[in-house]
Ligand binder design. Structure first.
Ligand SMILES: NC(=O)c1ccc[n+]([C@@H]2O[C@H](COP(=O)([O-])OP(=O)(O)OC[C@H]3O[C@@H](n4cnc5c(N)ncnc54)[C@H](OP(=O)(O)O)[C@@H]3O)[C@@H](O)[C@H]2O)c1
Length: 263
């Protein structure tokens, strides 16, 4: 349906769709869960902390269920997926967004355990999630997936090699899944958030306002982005309005990637 005046598509209706959002208790995931639920989706959220899940559930309107699981634990994630599908039926839409920022330090001082833990949360978990949901999506010829990468999916960054490696790997995983799903109309795309105002960004210092100002100054638009601005792109990519868009990486970054010397 189109607005009479400008011809832009109206907000997409997700009525009847079951959307899974990992890392949906705060930040970009929570904002996306809100957009999807407000447009009629039945939304299942996975994150670890039960208290944060309860707060998220209370903040959201619509049909929302929460499941506590660590996505780095494949068995726990599988159990949460089973519980979600028992609650709302087969999963139509996936936002694979749970992630950790890793630990800052030079490569020479990164223990195996830290490297492996970051890959387990940011990359292996998404492989396990796709392994669980993609075959059924292809079988039903119905499904759309967005994975959350980072500007570190397409650029290097010193002092956090595990994070950069995990987020680069996600792009490859998304492209492989997109190629497998394309013939059945199942789409897989990758969101690249820039500096987005979430609890993860706030972990970079003690004062959120100072972090917003410091990082915002590095963005061509002169500010950090909001979780809602990222969520609107995710909702579009998940929707049928994006029906010919697959295997893409798309940044919400205020122009950072498009600029030679930002900030
Ligand atoms: N904010 C940015 O500027 C930015 C930039 C680039 C990329 N990203 C990416 O965006 C995604 C979302 O981050 P955000 O900025 O929205 O941060 P956030 O507000 O801290 O959200 C992270 C979410 O993931 C969940 N989570 C973390 N580890 C998990 C695990 N092992 N198992 C299950 N859930 C887990 C968290 O809940 P629990 O802690 O309770 O599990 C929370 O719901 C991440 O993949 C991040 O790498 C963010």
């Amino acid at each position: 349906m189109r607005c009479a005046c400008w011809g832009w598509p109206e907000p997409v209706d997700f009525a009847g769709a079951h959307a899974l959002v990992t890392g949906g208790s705060t930040g970009i995931g929570l904002a996306t869960a809100q957009v999807l639920a407000s447009r009629g989706a039945r939304v299942s959220i996975i994150a670890r902390d039960r208290a944060k899940l309860d707060l998220a559930r209370a903040a959201l309107s619509g049909m929302v269920a929460t499941f506590a699981a660590d996505v780095a634990d494949a068995a726990a994630q599988d159990a949460a997926l089973d519980a979600a599908q028992s609650t709302f039926g087969p999963i139509d839409l996936v936002f694979a967004n749970a992630g950790t920022g890793g630990r800052f330090g030079p490569i020479g001082e990164c223990p195996d355990a830290v490297f492996e833990a970051v890959l387990a949360t940011n990359l292996t978990s998404v492989f396990c999630l796709l392994r669980a949901v993609l075959p059924a999506m292809i079988e039903r010829a119905r499904g759309s997936v967005v994975v959350t990468g980072s500007l570190a999916s397409v650029r290097g960054m010193a002092m956090n090699a595990a994070y950069v490696a995990s987020k680069h790997g996600l792009v490859g995983l998304a492209l492989a899944a997109a190629a497998e799903g394309a013939g059945a109309g199942v789409r897989v795309n990758c969101l690249l958030p820039g500096f987005i105002d979430t609890p993860m960004l706030h972990q970079l210092g003690d004062d959120p306002a100072a972090i917003r100002a410091r990082l915002g100054a590095k963005v061509p638009q002169g500010r950090v982005g909001s979780a809602h601005e990222a969520a609107e792109l995710v909702a579009f990519l998940l929707s049928d309005a994006a029906s010919h868009i697959t295997a893409q990486t798309i940044a919400v970054d205020g122009g950072i990637l498009g600029t030679l010397m930002p900030g």
